[in-house]
Design a protein around this ligand. Structure first.
Ligand code: AVJ
Length: 325
């Protein structure tokens, strides 16, 4: 099987510098901010997996339900020989889609793309051993900067570029459209974008999903401070920050913040600076946009994509959309 696996990394030392610049930028703003991509070191990836098992966090289960019910339809509508998956993670849900493409007799290659090298390697070798004759081309990179390294489609056959889980919601509205356009640039006339988006719903349900009773999301949120401590030799006390999650009704997004319990001065030696916090001052750590079908269509159209199908779970909590250039 190993002769069917390639893994290329485009990250190297860049990862640390992108964190340094993001922390420098984000913590010197009048309203402090840290981008959500730095949550996902090994501990953060584990915490996210645990979030998905919490009873309140429905998106992962809802999306899996849609895949289980609709993968055959997705295979039929796309006839895809290839699945490119941005943010592939452990590819748990992906197998449902790969199975459908294999059963349709079209599947030839899987391209997992993620920031965590070990995860890409493990996924690449296990998929290659589970799916006879399927090639796997793993990419270790930052999908905001390395999309250009996605290989050309095999023999010009149709492909699906998938961005699942609702991660598109982490982009602010303007950069969201830019990123959709970037994914669109990977699509030829016979290709499709498969996009997972969480849907607008009762704010109480949304807020519970980002503030589970077991405190796993709170630990995930604080983990970004541990990442900064380790990578930039900083002295954050993660326990001195409270986890805050609320639905912003105007923007229709969940916002996560970390709120300082008291005044403090935090050394970040790797940047040669100290950051001051007022008591109750907050750092925004994530937005997670929730969509209405109208907004989804408008964002896709703005990125030059035409909606082909919107597939939802029976409770209409989450949507998987297929669109094309
Ligand atoms: C992995 C980005 C889809 O926004 O719901 C989960 C991350 N943050 N709980 C999301 C997350 C808090 C998640 N995504």
């Amino acid at each position: 099987t190993l002769d069917r696996v390639t893994v290329r990394s485009y990250l190297e030392a860049e990862a640390a510098s992108s964190l340094a610049e993001d922390v420098l930028d984000g913590l010197t703003r009048p309203f402090k901010e840290l981008p959500p991509k730095h949550f996902y070191d090994a501990a953060g990836a584990d915490l996210f997996d645990r979030i998905c098992d919490q009873p309140e966090y429905y998106p992962t289960r809802a999306e899996r339900t849609i895949l289980q019910l609709q993968s055959g339809e997705i295979a039929r509508l796309t006839g895809a020989a290839e699945l490119v998956e941005l943010g592939s993670g452990t590819a748990a849900k992906t197998r449902v889609l790969l199975d459908a493409l294999r059963d349709a007799g079209t599947l030839r290659r899987y391209v997992p793309f993620d920031v965590t090298e070990n995860m890409v390697r493990e996924v690449a070798t296990s998929i290659a051993s589970e799916y006879d004759d399927v090639e796997v081309h793993g990419i270790v990179g930052d999908f905001e900067r390395h999309l250009e390294h996605v290989p050309d489609p095999v023999d010009g056959e149709p492909r699906i570029v998938a961005f699942l889980g609702g991660t598109i919601g982490n982009f602010t509205p303007g950069s969201r459209r830019g990123f959709l356009r970037g994914m669109g640039s990977l699509l030829g006339d016979d290709d499709h974008l498969l996009l997972g988006t969480d849907l607008v719903k009762d704010p109480a349900v949304l807020e519970a999903a980002y503030d589970d009773a077991a405190g796993v999301t709170a630990a995930f949120n604080r983990n970004v401070l541990r990442v900064v401590n380790r990578e930039l030799d900083a002295d954050f006390d993660p326990e001195a920050f409270d986890h805050v999650a609320f639905f912003d009704r105007e923007h229709e997004w969940i916002e996560m913040r970390l709120r300082a319990q008291r005044r403090m001065l935090v050394p970040i030696r790797g940047l040669g600076m100290e950051v001051a916090f007022e008591a109750r001052e907050e750092v925004r750590t994530e937005i997670s946009a929730k969509f209405t079908p109208e907004r989804l269509a408008a964002d896709l159209a703005a990125a030059g994509l035409d909606l082909v199908a919107v597939l939802t779970d029976p409770e209409e909590r989450f949507a998987l959309s297929l669109s094309r250039p």
